[in-house]
Design a protein around this ligand. Structure first.
Ligand code: ZN
Length: 267
């Protein structure tokens, strides 16, 4: 899979939105969200969400730290900056210390911390984005991840591919519990580059606009290669011309017969 990021296009987005008073972070977030959203391999059934942490001015002219996160009702493929509403970051971060939080309270808390009260509801996965320090976070329901993790040994396959570069979480209802468990994982392993939500998708974390985006593309390329390899191996596998003899199978069997037969097979 080829990255569709283009420096010229990114610059064009920044210039075009600067005229409308949109800062560079949000312009680039709009650009890469569209790149992800228009790739059918990455966004299944319109799923996924993205965010950027930046600064904005409130009505009093005070600069506040905000997270601009995909709002509900917007399609990633043709998103505009207003589809990534700004929420005050500090109050969201403070939710980390709660033991639990109902969905209703979470949605309400996110809404009351919007800079613009007429903005759409921030994504249900906003807290996962907010709890982590990474500037750009991308989440897609990638078909490659779904294809791999939908298999009975899906978790083992993705663990083989990524090792401890990413966290693995069985699909649970998104929201506070998922956000908190991933944050706790991050605290133990700060080098983590992403999260595989089994049967759901992948989150990638980055400091720059292209940084969260590029690992996503890279990891998909990697997976595509592995799948091609697995397909080729399956094609090559054929039935043996004759059944295996006892000495041939003995090394794989437990017990005393294994030693005796193996000795006979390998004098
Ligand atoms: Zn999702």
């Amino acid at each position: 899979m080829q990255s569709r990021w283009s420096d010229a296009e990114a610059k064009d987005f920044v210039a075009r939105y600067a005229v409308k008073g949109v800062n560079e972070d949000l312009a680039l977030r709009t650009y890469t969200t569209r790149l992800l959203g228009t790739d059918p391999k990455l966004v299944l059934h319109g799923g996924g969400n993205t965010s950027v942490k930046t600064r904005a001015r409130d009505l009093l002219g005070d600069e506040v730290e905000v997270i601009c996160v995909k709002g509900s009702g917007w399609d990633m493929g043709n998103i505009e900056p207003q589809g990534l509403p700004a929420v005050r970051l500090e109050p969201l971060r403070r939710l980390r210390k709660l033991a639990k939080l109902s969905d209703e309270d979470m949605v309400n808390f996110q809404r009351v911390n919007l800079l613009d009260s007429s903005a759409p509801n921030p994504s249900v996965e906003t807290l996962l984005h907010a709890f982590l320090p990474h500037k750009f976070i991308d989440h897609t329901h990638s078909t490659a991840v779904l294809a791999l993790t939908d298999q009975p040994d899906g978790e083992a396959i993705v663990r083989d591919l990524y090792g401890d570069r990413v966290a693995y979480v069985p699909y649970t209802i998104p929201g506070f519990a998922l956000a908190k468990s991933f944050f706790q994982f991050f605290e133990r392993n700060q080098k983590v580059e992403g999260l595989v939500l089994l049967q759901q998708g992948i989150f990638t974390l980055g400091a720059g606009a292209g940084e969260a985006f590029e690992p996503m593309i890279h990891s998909l390329t990697l997976r595509e290669e592995v799948r091609r390899l697995q397909r080729n191996q399956r094609k090559k596998a054929a039935l043996p011309e004759r059944p295996a003899t006892v000495p041939e199978t003995a090394p794989f069997l437990p017990g005393p017969s294994r030693t005796a037969a193996a000795r006979r097979a390998d004098p």
